[in-house]
Design a protein around this ligand. Structure first.
Ligand code: PSU
Ligand code: MN
Length: 297
């Protein structure tokens, strides 16, 4: 039988020793940020995790293998080639064809869970797009299926955030606000929506996660971490509605929609959305490392 999942030995060793390990996704490298920011960011996130005392494990699909713990050549490859975007619904087909791909939050959760990693950092989770389109990210059902802590800045602000939050509630996925009573708004620090609970330290987050495990709930936990410095909300709203109107006019939908909207926002904001996205990714990687360390104590 073909072997399609590979966990890098250094990651396996770290987990066996009981060291803190943080999973990172790679769709943000392949589709989320423009070149050359994407490769710089991929490396910077790994550094951030190491500096915070944890071991980074970036997940991706390389020549037909789901790899947990990409090396620098793999990061370079995903950043500089036009690769696919691997979600759960197309992962097997990509692997069967021997392709390479960035992994979404959903697919990264699958790989990280197979490896036994408990904490994962991303930028913003996928969610419900325009509700009439029935386009919902597989990230949502994956958050219900895999019992990991996902540190994010809320759902990407190009989404219907209210519907996304409702769906997480239906799926039984708790949203914990880090030092905040409101759900984070990705490019902006906050939304109007309340969270299930608030935690003010990595230890408190670890405690909430341990309670969830003790209850055998099996679901993941979303840790919403507000970006320290965001975009101006009214400017963001204007750019977002313009980008969405253009996407509709050009018939862009499905898995091509999120990358299109993020790229268009980068243009309309003259790079400021990329700056904010980078900031929140680094902040989330740092917090995830602190939580992973608290879980090891
Ligand atoms: N966070 C970012 N940029 C991104 C993403 C997250 O800051 O590009 C990616 C994640 O990999 C997420 C995906 O899983 O966008 C969602 O895509 P879709 O809506 O097609 O499921
Ligand atoms: Mn979709």
């Amino acid at each position: 039988m073909r072997v399609s999942v590979r966990i890098r030995p250094s990651i396996q060793d770290a987990l066996q020793r009981g060291d803190a390990v943080v999973a990172l996704e790679s769709t943000v490298i392949s589709h989320g940020l423009p070149r050359p920011h994407n490769l710089a960011l991929a490396r910077r996130l790994e550094h951030t995790v190491r500096d915070a005392g944890a071991v980074p494990a970036t997940v991706g699909v390389i020549r037909g293998e789901l790899v947990v713990g990409l090396d620098d050549d793999d990061l370079d490859y995903l950043a500089n080639h036009d690769v696919a975007k691997a979600s759960l619904w197309n992962l097997a087909a990509l692997v069967a064809r021997g392709e390479s791909a960035g992994t979404t939050v959903a697919t990264t959760l699958h790989g990280a869970s197979l490896a036994g990693i408990r904490v994962f950092a991303t930028g913003g989770i996928g969610g419900v797009h325009d509700p009439t389109s029935f386009d919902e990210s597989a990230d949502l059902s994956a958050l219900a299926r895999y019992g990991l802590i996902v540190v994010c800045a809320g759902a990407k602000s190009i989404l219907n955030v209210a519907a996304t939050r409702e769906r997480l509630e239906t799926l039984g996925v708790p949203i914990i606000g880090y030092r905040s009573d409101r759900l984070a708004g990705f490019y902006v620090p906050t939304t109007a929506y309340p969270v299930a609970a608030r935690c003010d330290s990595p230890e408190e987050v670890a405690g909430a996660f341990e309670a969830q495990q003790a209850l055998s709930l099996g679901t993941g936990l979303v840790l919403s971490n507000p970006v320290s410095e965001g975009l101006e909300p009214s400017e963001l709203a204007a750019w977002t509605s313009q980008a969405k109107a253009e996407a509709t006019a050009q018939g862009r939908h499905g898995h091509a929609l999120t990358p299109y909207l993020l790229a268009r926002l980068a243009e309309l904001s003259e790079g400021r959305s990329v700056e904010t996205n980078t900031r929140l990714l680094v902040e989330n990687a740092k917090l995830a490392s602190e939580v992973a360390r608290a879980l090891c104590r």
